[in-house]
Design a protein around this ligand. Structure first.
Ligand SMILES: Cc1cc2nc3c(=O)[nH]c(=O)nc-3n(C[C@H](O)[C@H](O)[C@H](O)COP(=O)(O)OP(=O)(O)OC[C@H]3O[C@@H](n4cnc5c(N)ncnc54)[C@H](O)[C@@H]3O)c2cc1C
Length: 395
């Protein structure tokens, strides 16, 4: 099959690129290769309405399975409703839309064994050539990054009676704290259907699944929800960047190969969420005048570097969260944060904090011991190699 652009990995980032290319550049032939038997894995990808522009909302709308005009957070000391929209895309919806747009150009069940900027080699030795190859094979692992983790197990619960929620609870940290900052995340998908995730901001990526399932069961009980059935599960362990060297991450493998999504470290440093960055990258690639690998390599590496630069303040906050706060008292950092003005909270998740916002975030009575906070702020490389960007080096 002739292809202009081969997208390796049929996850979120490459699926969005393929969709956007089909709409804006119908003359370009993409080929989307996915190792698993179906595209898009088993995910619910959520994002804040503020994360995207009106135009971006318009083109992702067919993928959105659910949206809410407001959400809330709950902490031991206070609860808060935020009148800001929240939306979710599901793997099922992504698969249906991408399948229809790409037809035979979306190829699940094909594992790529090797790739270069112009060629892809499959497990059986078959080769495909194209003027661009984009590596979207997901999380590249720790490499030169010092990481914490946001890990979670979620269950879709079907209830005996209506749950009574009118929007998501993004954090309910009134639960017992364990393995770092622990909270329950709840998305109401219908009157009697909920996605409930037991989440921890932890030092380690390993997920204690049975414990998380018991945590969800106990939470449902305390909320007065009687569970009729568990419809499905999803799980993840997302990287939370404390410090690192973005140039070394790019230099480590695949010279000259453009990357997308988690592979390009295009995710929010404090949440590990990548959807908004993936939408922006899809727009940037589909509107690029040159769709050959050298140009797309410069584009994707440049965006990754730029995102890293913008993420500097967030990495600093992450270090405060992970290094200055005792694991079981990490919730106090978030509790402190959620008392800030609503528009600032919106800009935080959208990764667009102003200087004034940053000062505001750091002001007030610190929720962590001052001495430890200073060490965390000033010594990014304490637990790992020095963070080149943080110490004023090349990035
Ligand atoms: C359960 C879960 C929930 C999440 N929820 C959110 C959320 O609510 N909001 C948000 O913004 N982010 C969320 N994230 C984080 C992030 O957005 C996702 O991890 C997202 O899927 C990353 O997109 P990606 O395209 O970079 O990687 P992936 O979606 O992981 O896609 C990579 C794909 O490459 C395939 N692949 C790997 N190796 C090969 C190979 N050799 N050959 C062919 N294919 C290969 C994989 O099978 C996979 O399908 C979530 C992550 C998880 C795991």
């Amino acid at each position: 099959m002739r292809a202009d652009v081969i997208l390796v990995g049929g996850g979120l980032a490459n699926s969005l690129i393929a969709l956007r290319l089909r709409t804006l550049r119908p003359e370009v032939e993409p080929l989307l290769l996915e190792r698993d038997e179906q595209l898009g894995g088993r995910h619910t990808w959520s994002f804040h309405a503020d994360d995207l522009t009106a135009e971006q909302h318009a083109w992702v709308a067919p993928l959105v399975a659910c949206s809410w005009p407001r959400h809330e957070v709950r902490f031991p000391a206070f609860s808060r409703r935020l009148e800001r929209g929240y939306l979710s895309i599901t793997s099922d919806r992504l698969r249906a839309v991408v399948g229809e747009a790409l037809g035979a150009r979306a190829r699940p069940g094909i594992e790529v064994a090797g790739l270069s900027e112009s060629e892809v080699v499959l497990r059986d030795g078959t080769r495909f050539r194209a003027s661009a190859v984009i590596d979207g094979r997901g999380d590249p692992g720790r490499g030169p990054l010092d990481l914490g983790f946001q890990k979670f197990l979620g269950q879709v619960l079907v209830l005996e009676a209506a749950h009574g929620l009118d929007g998501p609870i993004l954090m309910d940290a009134t639960v017992p704290q364990a393995d770092g900052f622990r909270f329950l995340y709840t998305l109401p998908f219908g009157d009697r259907r909920l996605l409930v995730e037991d989440t921890r901001y932890s030092d380690t990526p390993a997920l204690a699944k049975e414990e998380a399932r018991r945590g969800i069961e106990a939470y449902a009980r305390t909320q007065g929800w009687h569970v009729r059935a568990v419809e499905g599960e999803e799980e993840g362990s997302l990287p939370i960047i404390l410090s690192g060297d973005i140039e070394a991450l790019w230099d480590a493998s695949g010279p000259g190969v453009p990357r997308s999504g988690m592979r390009a470290a295009l995710f929010h440093p404090t949440t590990g969420y990548s959807l908004p960055e993936a939408v922006r990258l899809a727009d940037a690639i589909a509107t690029s005048a040159d769709l050959r690998s050298p140009a797309l390599y410069a584009l994707t590496r440049g965006r990754s570097r730029e995102a890293w630069r913008r993420g500097r303040f967030f990495r600093l906050l992450n270090r405060m969260l992970y290094r200055a706060a005792e694991p079981e008292r990490r919730y106090r950092v978030l509790e402190h944060f959620y008392r800030l003005p609503e528009p600032l909270v919106g800009r935080f998740y959208a990764g667009r904090l102003t200087w004034r916002d940053k000062i505001r975030v750091l002001s007030g009575r610190p929720p962590v011991p001052v001495g430890r906070a200073i060490v965390a702020l000033l010594a990014p490389g304490m637990r790992a190699r020095p963070d080149v960007s943080e110490t004023g080096g090349r990035t």
